[in-house]
Design a protein around this ligand. Structure first.
Ligand code: DER
Length: 245
């Protein structure tokens, strides 16, 4: 359907805009759009190596992929890519990741897939972060299209206290994210809970909000990526719109 096609187009454009040469450390985000990103990276590497072989020369391309989640690790392995780790490669050339919502000021909500903590770590230690998404992801201001709130990873024992603190200081409603295929709350790759903050109307000082929430003891990471993306690729059913920040 055209949603999947738009994801595929955005993913492929973001990958094809990158130079593939020599030794590269590449960050792999999480979610459904990144499935297309990982496949396209693998296809690009195969193509370059094949061209070198046909020219009778040895390819010098060596791509190592750093995952942002168990899902990303699976994608790297399923696509027969070289799996690395941030411990071994603490500085990443570029990362491509998805998003839940992007606004015109480069404020991004991430964490719909429950992986924003390692995604933000990986993004922060990457020289460049590229975001890819389908046409539902870009909106005039946060909250227009994404209605599930800001994901916040919390240390399990603190979730009620954090919920009350955010509700009383910032308003809105905070809900513990419950699992669907398992009884009880969602447990993250880092063995924590996630609460989603359905924020009130009229918030626009997102950098301050990010800092305020991050400073509450018990909060591990908040799914706000403010001014972190270099470029955002938004797919439509027959094209890709590029937002350059
Ligand atoms: O959790 C995230 O931030 C993921 O990147 C995810 O929400 C992206 O959404 P997608 O599945 O539509 O690519």
């Amino acid at each position: 359907n055209d949603l999947q096609i738009s994801k595929k187009y955005a993913a492929e454009k973001a990958v094809r805009d990158r130079e593939f040469k020599g030794n590269m450390i590449v960050g792999i985000g999480s979610g459904s759009t990144v499935v297309y990103v990982t496949k396209c990276i693998a296809e690009t590497i195969t193509k370059i190596n094949k061209e070198a072989e046909n020219d009778g020369r040895k390819s010098d391309l060596n791509v190592i992929c750093i995952p942002s989640s168990f899902q990303a690790k699976q994608l790297i392995l399923e696509n027969n890519l070289n799996l690395g780790s941030l411990e071994l490669f603490p500085l990443v050339d570029w990362t491509i990741d998805g998003a839940d919502e992007v606004d015109q000021q480069n404020n991004i909500i991430k964490g719909g897939g429950g992986c924003h903590t390692q995604e933000k770590i990986l993004a922060s230690f990457s020289k460049e972060l590229y975001i890819v998404g389908d046409y539902t992801k870009y909106s005039p201001k946060l909250g227009t299209s994404w209605k599930k709130g800001i994901p916040i990873e919390v240390i399990p024992v603190s979730y009620v206290a954090v919920k009350k603190k955010i509700q009383c200081c910032l308003g809105g409603e905070v809900l513990l994210r419950m699992a669907v295929m398992k009884a009880g709350p969602v447990i993250t790759d880092n063995s924590n809970f996630i609460v989603d903050w359905r924020f009130p109307e009229g918030i626009d000082n997102w950098k301050d909000i990010e800092t305020t929430i991050k400073m509450i003891p018990g909060v591990v990471e908040v799914g706000l990526f403010i001014n972190m993306a270099v470029k955002v690729y938004i797919g439509t059913e027959n094209d890709v719109k590029l937002y350059d920040y």
